[in-house]
Design a protein around this ligand. Sequence first.
Ligand code: NAP
Length: 518
Amino acid sequence: MTYLAVSISAKSEKEALPRIDQAIADGAEMVEIRADYLEPGEAGAIGSLISAVHARQVPVIVTCRSPEEGGVNDCPAERRIEVLREAAAQGADYVDCEYRTYTTHGVKSQVDAALAAHPRCRLILSCHDFKGCFEDIRILQESILTVCPTAIPKLVYTARSISDNFEALDLLHENEPEQDMIVLTMGPSATLSRVLAKKFGSFLTFASLDEATATAWGQTPVRQMKTLYRWDGLDGRTEVYGIIGNPVGHSISPAVYNACFEAAKINAVYLPLPVEGGREEFDLFLHNVVHRPWLEAGGFSVTIPHKTHALSFALEGGNFVESLPVRIGAVNTLKIGFNGIVTGYNTDLSGAMEALTETLGIALHDLHQVRAAVIGAGGAARAVVAGLTEAGAQVTIYNRTLSRARALAAEFHCEALAFEAVEELDAEVVINCTSIGMHPNTEASPVPASVWKPGMVAFDTVYNPLETLFLRQAAAAGARTVNGAEMFIRQAIAQYRRLIGQEPDEKLIRRVVYSRLS
Ligand code: NAP
């Protein structure tokens, strides 16, 4: 079993008790009392806090962390050891002592004596690195077990990039099932190790009560672990999916995919995978995944800034890519076959074209000879321009960087103009493929209100907010509108089919997308 533990970092018993209740109500399967957070006058609270957790049939860890390893009070080592001895005597199931403290002169014998007197209580020996990876995590683990073979080693380090998480996953994967061990990372990509801790049998993982009370960088709130990442359903056979991009913290894709997995009873989890950097970091992450078939990674959604990197990756090394993404120059979907071959797809084009035609109740061929203005020349614009020109529309591209507009126009045999020329645009369909108007700059539009006339069509690829200024001004002038959520939903459905090989529940996807964006 992997326990879902929540750390309680309260200053007093009064503050701690409602947090313990909340943590257990939200799904905590173990509670850690961080005694170093308790104010000096509250030292006697430990016994009653242990009883309060036990009264809810949940095991408890007591920790009095040293300042060198993230503790908050400058409490002397003797007092910290005294707290752990008291905790063992008061019925704590586990006490967590830093390995470094345990191996200082005289401490081991005191801790061992306390545990011998209270054999129900087990020792966790922990090491933390707040700057990066341990010098040699395997040697560290062996050293801990040599000094105390009955201890549970707890190794927590900072993943400076997402690929640093693989060291933790490798160690858990190689670990013998009978050896209890905790290996977790901290940092912006820590969700990967903290959720997959259950797949790979870590003794526990830590979640936070909420974002405000997290005790380590990268802890996910316990309620999210239970509902979004479906903690109860995770096991050794859970398949792994996710969205690669930067940033991805506010992506709605994890909510969409995990809800679909739940509805279809699929043993899989979909995670945010922030890959900072460029092509090199993207390739490193993908190579790390592909070379670990035991991860059971099924594939990924890819977003800004990695869609071109995903195309290059899929074009190389015996992988495969459909002709459409090659033409568009971007891949937003990477499927990993069980032979390790990666296939690249692009579902943005079909998503955009279906949103446009289905929302307006027209057929693709109705776009033939229609004059369309596309604003932007990035990834979304490439998919839209490819779709429109294929349908026979007459496209003019407007972009801030005119050279990018010209290059795109040359590829798809259309016209390019400077961004400022939008004020004079003459088109029946206008599509915003820039991020202008996106949260938090919601009072901006890429075109002045004066361009809109009754009967025109306004399509905004931006979906946060749902009703952008671009769409509101167009509607006010009598134009028909298509919002970015419609594109998102259709590209997500096409992507789900590619990645999962099943038909998703469209109504469910709509419900999740609109409730998240409203
Ligand atoms: P991208 O490749 O980074 O391209 C961004 C485009 O926006 C570039 O043309 C850029 O012009 C332009 N731009 C950005 N800020 C600007 C500003 N302040 N003034 C003028 N132009 C500006 O991004 P992308 O992948 O194409 O995404 C663009 C938008 O499409 C985003 O809002 C994204 O959320 C949306 N999108 C939606 C869906 C969906 O399913 N609904 C799917 C994909 C993308 P320069 O060339 O001059 O830099």
